[in-house]
Design a protein around this ligand. Structure first.
Ligand code: UDP
Ligand code: MG
Length: 324
């Protein structure tokens, strides 16, 4: 496919149980996209790809209806709920645009920012990520945990992820191909984007409140996402046990010499139940913790080794993706 066949912009919109949100999204976003002009003043070509991530409501019907009204709106429907990261991967495999923008359907990511992203892309940036100017629409615990996560991730990992940047970002086709070529099953998108590098810049925006439907992420899901992100970005949690083990062994050796010296000088006394218990429980705890962390990595190796597909497409709406 040559560059001139490609629409300038492809939006990827993962949707899970969003029947009420789709029509409003399409109305607002097509308005914005139709208003965009190319450098020569002509309207830009665009497509919107909905990825139905195993919705159990009328989301799929809403996508069909949108496609019937405007053929530039296409979709794929996954065979079950694979999660947002997998849905985004499916999206990247099935868009044609010279630039690709993942965006949430709930319009918390304002589509008006797309114009500014495009300007930066024309300046030569291959990744233009949206940064939330403030997170006041998120609850305080969510803000605090997000903050903690970004710090931990960037402390442990070589590939720094920009703080408070969501998945809403513009990607050049070259970046998309790099991400598509990554074979791993664990699709922690922010980590993959960070690893890819390229010339990156940010545009700021205010994240709006979700007005239609509710969030699909509870803390349990966010926790799992955080573990996925950390384990895929860094092996520091594995390495740290060598140092802790070394430290404890060194202390134990010194303590052993002290005990031997004391026994030689003063003979055996049977007291010491408390210190014994503390040592046994502490070491038991440390060992279980390190085993657990080891298990996290081994489990991920298992999943990668199985090599199953990241997602399964059950149905295509319109004719998404490249044909040749
Ligand atoms: N989403 C998805 N699969 C899931 C969960 C969410 O495709 O398993 C979609 C959802 O429909 C929405 C986007 O991901 O378009 C972001 O979800 P949400 O707004 O619930 O996340 P939040 O903004 O609360 O972080
Ligand atoms: Mg949202």
């Amino acid at each position: 496919m040559t560059a001139s066949d490609r629409p300038l912009i492809s939006l990827i919109v993962p949707v899970k149980d969003e029947e009420e949100a789709i029509a409003a999204f399409v109305a607002r976003v097509t308005g914005v996209l139709d208003g965009l002009r190319d450098v020569d003043g002509t309207p830009v070509g665009w497509e919107i790809l909905f990825v139905d991530d195993g919705s159990s409501d009328a989301t799929l019907a809403a996508i069909h209806a949108a496609h019937a009204r405007d053929p530039r709106i296409v979709g794929i429907s996954l065979s079950r709920n694979f999660g947002k990261e997998a849905a985004l991967s499916a999206g990247l495999d099935n868009v044609r645009g010279r630039t690709v923008i993942p965006i949430d359907v709930d319009m918390q990511d304002p589509p008006e920012v797309i114009g500014a992203m495009l300007d930066q892309w024309r300046q030569g940036f291959e990744v233009v990520y949206g940064v939330r100017r403030n997170r006041s629409t998120d609850s305080l615990p969510k803000r605090l945990t997000a903050d903690l996560y970004y710090r931990a991730h960037n402390y442990l990992s070589e590939d720094k992820i920009p703080e408070h940047a969501g998945d809403f970002r513009l990607l050049d086709r070259r970046v998309v191909e790099v991400i598509r070529a990554m074979p791993e099953r664990n699709r922690f998108m922010k980590g993959l984007f960070a690893w890819g590098g390229f010339r990156q810049t940010a545009v700021e925006y205010d994240r709006a409140e979700r007005t239609i439907g509710g969030t699909k992420f509870n803390y349990l899901k966010l926790w799992k996402l955080a573990i996925d992100g950390l384990t895929s970005a860094s092996t520091a949690p594995l390495r740290i046990w060598s140092y802790i083990g070394f430290g404890i062994a060194a202390i134990a050796l010194i303590y052993a010499f002290l005990l031997i010296a004391r026994t030689i000088l003063y003979g055996v006394d049977v007291a010491g139940y408390a210190s014994m218990m503390v040592a046994v429980l502490f070491l038991g705890g440390v060992q279980l913790l390190s085993l657990g962390i080891l298990g996290e990595y081994v489990g991920r190796i298992l999943i990668e080794a199985k090599g199953r597909p990241i997602y399964v497409i059950r149905e295509r709406i319109g004719d998404p993706g490249e044909r040749d």
